[in-house]
Design a protein around this ligand. Structure first.
Ligand code: FAD
Length: 233
């Protein structure tokens, strides 16, 4: 962490005073510069309260537009797992409470809190299917219907939520009453491993064999969960 980057165009040895800089490069450089001033660079997009784009990111974090009157200090649209680890560490260093959004279908929008760091995982929606073992690993921002569309290609199925857009992040954390749940049980009962970031910023995989208590808690604690889930298998 803590990359001391100057805007790229100011470091160009060929550049002379008066040279034009493409506007996109200029904005991108300033963005990365601002991130490094904050002490950390992210691959995703960081919004600071009061700056351009922040209000759009805040309101967009709640699916039904009933946006609570709450204002996080920072909002990060995470691009990958490394961003999530860096976000947890930054929140810890700065004493900011971290809140997490996967799909944003929480009725109360309880991931929007005053003076917090909102880690928005809605861009993390990759799915990897291993048809032979009949296992899939999905990132938390993946909507249930997208997961099942991927599985359908292999003639497989997962009991996702009834409403197509509900992401599996929050859905699995709170149990998950999905299609055919009378046959398959709660969706979280089908999880065999969960990748998560602990409050200390450590990325680990929990299962029945490794950290079974954490694995147990990740399947039912819902908004009360105390780590960041980055993938479920
Ligand atoms: C229209 C609609 C239909 C629904 N249908 C169903 C249904 O058929 N079956 C069912 O069981 N439920 C259903 N729900 C409820 C839904 O499953 C929950 O609201 C669930 O929390 C939504 O998941 P999400 O990823 O959008 O959660 P979010 O709103 O993104 O997050 C909710 C909370 O979960 C925690 N959280 C989310 N992601 C993470 C993460 N990756 N790591 C750590 N903590 C996290 C945070 O505390 C956050 O505040 C429905 C909800 C709606 C609005």
């Amino acid at each position: 962490m803590g990359q001391a980057a100057r805007p790229a165009f100011t470091q160009d040895p060929e550049r002379r005073v008066g040279d034009m800089v493409p506007f996109g490069d200029y904005l991108l450089s300033l963005f990365h510069y601002r991130c490094s001033v904050l002490g950390v660079s992210f691959d995703g997009e960081l919004f600071v309260r009061g700056e351009a784009g922040y209000e759009n990111a805040r309101q967009g974090a709640v699916w039904n537009a009933l946006t609570p009157d709450c204002y996080p200090e920072l909002i990060l649209w995470a691009a990958n797992e490394a961003d999530c680890v860096a976000a947890v560490k930054l929140a810890r260093e700065r004493g900011l409470m971290l809140s997490v959004r996967s799909g944003g279908h929480s009725g109360a929008g309880n991931h929007l809190r005053d003076d917090t760091f909102l880690l928005d995982l809605s861009g993390l929606r990759e799915v990897e299917v291993d048809a032979e073992s009949m296992r899939a690993s999905a990132q938390p921002g993946c909507p249930g219907n997208e997961l099942d569309l991927e599985l359908e290609k292999h003639d497989l199925f997962f009991p996702v939520g009834h409403c197509p857009g509900v992401a599996i992040g929050g859905y699995l954390l709170q149990g998950g009453f999905g299609w055919n749940d009378r046959v398959h049980g709660l969706a979280c009962q089908s999880a065999v491993a969960i990748d998560l970031i602990t409050p200390q910023g450590e990325l680990i995989t929990v299962s029945e064999e490794n950290e079974p208590d954490l694995f147990w808690a990740a399947r039912g604690s819902g908004p009360g969960f105390f780590s960041v889930v980055t993938a479920t298998t």
